[in-house]
Design a protein around this ligand. Structure first.
Ligand code: COI
Length: 354
């Protein structure tokens, strides 16, 4: 792509906005009027355009459909009380998209294409950004193979898109999780660190089995021994044990969450103790029994800071202390929200103002 990205715009004839119910917005079910699309052909990005949101013509022979050659990102934009549009750390999502793309043999999306596509699209659909407490505009950039070839080889054609969804919380209630010690999300050398569609598709069945038992989500463990905590699939996980914040150290089987990084930076800036290290299931279960695990929570773009109130392991359920007694997770949530909604200074330079 050249220095300045040229984006053709085709507007909807009639907006769906007046017919959209913004009360009690669900996560990821409502989409704005337009979407951004760009094509990668002959080793070049071209044809950047914004068109009415709608179904896409995709070849039935696309490797995205057959082999899951598809990656994505999740970003949030919020409206400040002054009406400014504030996007949280989009440059970091752009970097991570290209890290995932390298693993999945996909071309890098240039930063200007990613940022300008997102800017123009949000400008056009700015009236869709919800202003209610806890609501945001969820931004979903994604890249997939557009080849028409069902042999296995690196693809040559790709489509990059951005869609926007005014959304409420991903988890509306405190979360109940089960520590998974049979199924595996990711292994060393695999694609766990990439935001690849297949990582999520493969997790649906084990998560469904847990949901049938009354849990919302799983905590995945390492694929080799099922001895160490990894992440939760929709979010990274953190614990407060004896006053200290601990979270699994990153590896190639854990997604490097941007919310995870933000939380660690914040808590370190408060001069509180933080450890990124291997955390065994045994350590957590022993701590739950002894009452030394004071808080447990998921952290992610969609999930924000999701308190975990119950952890299941091998047919036993362990309750965390009541959330009202927690100190750290609520403080982190408040601080992050204040920064995201422009209610507080942004000392770490996370906000990109449109
Ligand atoms: C996000 O938090 O943005 C994610 O991509 C998680 C997704 C499973 C909703």
């Amino acid at each position: 792509m050249t220095e300045t990205v040229k984006i053709d715009i085709e507007r909807v004839l009639e907006s769906r906005l007046p017919k959209t119910n913004f009360d009690q917005l669900p996560f990821g079910k409502v989409y704005t009027d337009h979407m951004f699309v760009a094509d990668y052909r002959d080793r070049e990005w071209k044809n950047a355009r914004i068109i009415p949101y709608g179904y896409l013509p995709v070849s039935p022979a696309s490797p995205a459909i057959h082999y899951g050659q598809s990656i994505f990102e999740g970003i949030k934009a919020h409206k400040s009380p002054k009406g400014e549009i504030l996007i949280f750390r989009p440059h970091d999502n752009h970097k991570r998209l290209n890290i995932s793309g390298e693993r999945m043999c996909m071309p890098p999306v240039p930063e200007d294409l990613f940022m300008e596509g997102m800017r123009e699209l949000i400008e056009l659909d700015r009236a869709w950004i919800p202003s209610g407490e806890g609501a945001s505009l969820y931004i979903r950039p994604f890249l997939f193979s557009a080849d028409e070839y069902i042999g296995i080889r690196p693809s040559e054609a790709f489509t990059f898109m951005i869609i926007l969804s005014p959304s409420g919380a991903y988890y509306s209630d405190p979360v109940k999780v089960k520590i998974e010690t049979h199924f595996t999300r990711a292994v060393a050398g695999g694609t766990g660190y990439a935001k690849a569609g297949g990582n999520y598709g493969g997790a649906i069945y084990p998560a469904k089995l847990a949901q049938d038992q009354g849990y919302h989500q799983l905590i995945w463990t390492d694929g080799r021994e099922h001895k160490y905590i990894e992440e939760s699939g929709t979010m990274n996980v953190m614990f407060v044990v004896n006053g200290k914040l601990i979270t699994p150290a990153l590896s190639d089987s854990i997604l490097a969450g941007i919310t995870r990084d933000s939380v660690l930076q914040l808590v370190r800036s408060w001069n509180l103790e933080v450890e990124e290290r291997k955390i065994s299931v045994e350590e957590i279960v022993t701590g739950l029994k002894a009452g030394t695990v004071q808080e447990a929570f998921g952290v992610g773009t969609a999930a924000t800071i999701a308190p975990i109130v119950l952890i299941g392991h091998e047919d036993k359920n362990y309750h965390l202390p009541p959330v009202e007694e927690w100190g750290l997770a609520p403080r982190i949530l408040q601080e992050l929200n204040d920064i995201k909604y422009g209610l507080k200074a942004d000392p770490l330079g996370w906000i990109y103002k449109l």
